[in-house]
Design a protein around this ligand. Structure first.
Ligand SMILES: Cc1cc2nc3c(=O)[nH]c(=O)nc-3n(C[C@H](O)[C@H](O)[C@H](O)COP(=O)(O)OP(=O)(O)OC[C@H]3O[C@@H](n4cnc5c(N)ncnc54)[C@H](O)[C@@H]3O)c2cc1C
Length: 437
C-alpha cells in the first residue's frame, strides 16, 4: 500500500517540478519498462480499474503554477497540479469561475479533473469539463512533449486531442498544463425545493420546467435514506418520496424573478411547502449536491488526516456501498430513479434530471457488487436505453472492465489503436482504463 493509503502499487514516488523533469522521468520509465501512475490530488484513484503492476507514482503536486491569465479573454492557463479550490480563488478575484463540480476541490487538481471528465449538477446549464479545455500540454508514453488546442477560444484546426485526453484517466498521456475557458461568476444563487409524493407529479413538474421560460442551472431529484434527514433541506417523511431541487444563478433580478415564477407554478400544482434557499444556505446546498457521489470510506481527506467533507455523506452512514452513475434520456430519469429505490429501501439516488444523469448508492450488505450490477443495475439502465459506469467501490471490491463500464473503452478497436499510438509500451496507468487488465 502506498503513502496516503491509496490503492496504487507504487514502488517509488516522484514529484517533478518542471515539464522537462516530468518528460525525463517518463523517458526513464520507458527505458526500464516501469509503469507510471500520474497522481493529482488522489481523490479519484478508485474511479476506473485498479492498477496491478508495481510502478512509479508521478505526483503532479509541484506543477501548480498559474502560467497566464488574460482575464478579459475569459481564459486561464495553469499547470495541471493546481488544486481546483486555488484555481477558483484566483478566478474569483476577477469575478470569474470554472463551472465544474469537482468534489473535494481543495485536493482535486485541474489535471485530475480533466483526466476524469466526470460531471455534476452544473453540467445541465454550463456543459461538461471537456467543453472548457481549450488547450493542453502533455507528455505521451514515450516521454514526448506535445501541445494540443490553443490558448484562445476560436481555434478549429486539427484533431481535437483535448477531447481525447479528457476522460482518458491518464492512460494516454500525463497532462502537464491546461488552458481553460472560464465564465463570469453569477451575482447570486438560490434554490427552490419541494417534497413530492408521487412519481407522476415529479414527471409533470420536470416537463413543465423544461417547457417554461426559466433557465435553471441545476435540476435535481433526490431520493432515499441519504435525503430523509438532510442538513440543508430538513426532513423527508412518507408520504413524501423525493425532493425536487432547482438551482438558479445569475443577477439578483434574474434569480428573484425565477424564484417567483417557480413558486407560483408549484403552488398551482398543489405543492404546499416550497422552500427557497438563498445565500449562504444556497452555497451549502451546492456543496451537498457536489459532494454526494463521494463514497464515505473514500474521502481522501480522511486518508490525509483532514476532517471529512462536512455533511458529504449524511444519511448513508458507515455501510459499504457501490456508487454508480447512469446516463439516460432526461425523460427517463424519474422512471429509473423510482425503479432503483424500489429495488432496496437502502438505496439513495441523486438525479441530475435536466441532463439525464443519475448517481446511485447500492448497499453491499447482503448483495455483492457483481450481483447488483449484472442482475439489477445493468438491466434497469439498458431497458431505458442508457449507459452506466461504476464511480467507486469500497476497498476489496475488485471489478472487471466489463463490470466497471458496461461498454469498456479497452474493448473498442479504435481505442486500442489510439492507446498503441500514445503509449506503445503500455506504461501509462496500466489497468486503469482496462488495457492490460
Ligand atoms: C465518486 C466520484 C464522483 C465524482 N463526481 C464528479 C462530479 O460530479 N463532477 C466533477 O467534475 N468531477 C467528479 N468527480 C471527479 C473528481 O472530482 C475529479 O475529477 C478528481 O477529483 C480528480 O482530481 P485528482 O487531482 O484528485 O485526481 P487523482 O485522483 O489524483 O487522479 C484521478 C485519475 O486521473 C489521473 N490523473 C491525475 N492527474 C493527471 C494528470 N495531470 N495527467 C494525466 N492523468 C492524471 C490519475 O492517474 C487517475 O487515473 C468524481 C469522482 C468520483 C470518484
Amino acid at each position: 500500500m502506498s503513502e496516503n493509503n491509496f490503492p496504487f502499487p507504487e514502488v517509488q514516488r516522484f514529484r517533478p517540478a518542471s515539464l522537462e523533469e516530468l518528460a525525463e522521468l517518463v523517458r526513464q520509465a520507458v527505458a526500464s519498462r516501469t509503469p507510471i501512475y500520474p497522481i493529482g490530488g488522489g481523490t479519484s484513484l478508485r474511479y476506473g480499474g485498479l492498477p496491478t503492476r508495481p510502478g512509479w507514482g508521478l505526483s503532479l503536486q509541484q506543477l501548480r503554477r498559474m502560467v497566464d491569465y488574460p482575464a478579459r479573454d475569459l481564459t486561464i492557463t495553469v499547470e495541471a497540479g493546481l488544486p481546483v479550490a486555488e484555481l477558483q480563488t484566483l478566478l474569483a478575484q476577477q469575478g470569474q469561475w470554472w463551472p465544474v463540480d469537482a468534489p473535494q476541490p481543495d485536493q482535486a487538481t485541474v489535471g485530475g479533473v480533466v483526466a476524469c471528465n466526470l460531471n455534476g449538477p452544473h453540467r445541465y446549464a454550463w456543459g461538461s469539463v471537456s467543453d472548457y479545455v481549450l488547450g493542453l500540454t502533455a507528455v505521451d508514453g514515450q516521454g514526448m512533449v506535445f501541445a494540443a488546442g490553443s490558448r484562445v477560444v476560436k481555434n478549429a484546426a486539427g484533431y481535437n486531442l483535448c477531447r481525447l485526453l479528457a476522460g482518458s484517466l491518464g492512460a494516454l498521456a500525463v497532462i502537464a498544463q491546461v488552458t481553460l475557458r472560464v465564465q463570469p461568476l453569477p451575482e447570486t444563487t438560490a434554490f427552490a425545493a419541494a417534497k413530492l409524493e408521487d412519481w407522476d407529479l415529479a414527471d409533470r413538474l420536470l416537463r413543465q420546467l423544461m417547457q417554461s421560460q426559466l433557465l435553471p442551472t441545476a435540476i435535481q431529484l433526490a431520493v432515499g435514506p441519504a435525503w430523509t434527514d438532510d442538513p440543508v433541506l430538513g426532513e423527508l417523511k412518507p408520504p413524501a418520496k423525493a425532493w425536487l431541487i432547482v438551482g438558479l444563478e445569475g443577477s439578483a433580478k434574474e434569480v428573484a424573478w425565477q424564484v417567483e415564477q417557480l413558486q407560483s407554478a408549484w403552488q398551482a400544482e398543489g405543492l404546499r411547502q416550497v422552500q427557497i434557499l438563498r445565500e449562504p444556505q444556497s452555497q451549502a446546498m451546492w456543496r451537498r449536491l457536489v459532494e454526494f457521489p463521494v463514497l464515505p470510506g473514500l474521502d481522501s481527506r480522511l486518508a490525509n488526516g483532514l476532517p471529512p467533507v462536512p455533511n458529504a455523506h449524511h444519511g448513508v452512514g458507515e455501510e459499504r456501498f457501490l456508487v454508480v452513475q447512469a446516463g439516460v434520456l432526461p425523460s427517463q430519469v424519474v422512471a429509473l430513479a423510482a425503479r432503483w429505490v424500489q429495488m432496496d429501501r437502502r438505496i439513495s439516488v441523486l438525479a441530475h434530471a435536466g441532463h439525464g444523469s443519475l448517481v446511485g448508492y447500492f448497499p453491499l450488505d447482503g448483495v455483492d457488487a457483481r450481483r447488483w450490477l449484472q442482475e439489477s443495475i445493468f438491466p434497469s439502465v439498458s431497458s431505458q436505453h442508457g449507459h452506466v459506469h461504476v464511480l467507486s467501490a469500497p476497498t476489496g471490491v475488485v471489478l472487471s472492465p466489463a463490470e466497471l463500464w458496461s461498454q469498456p473503452p479497452c474493448q473498442d478497436r479504435l481505442m486500442q489503436a489510439i492507446k498503441q499510438r500514445f503509449d506503445p509500451d503500455g506504461i501509462l496507468n496500466p489497468g486503469r482504463l482496462g488495457f492490460d487488465a
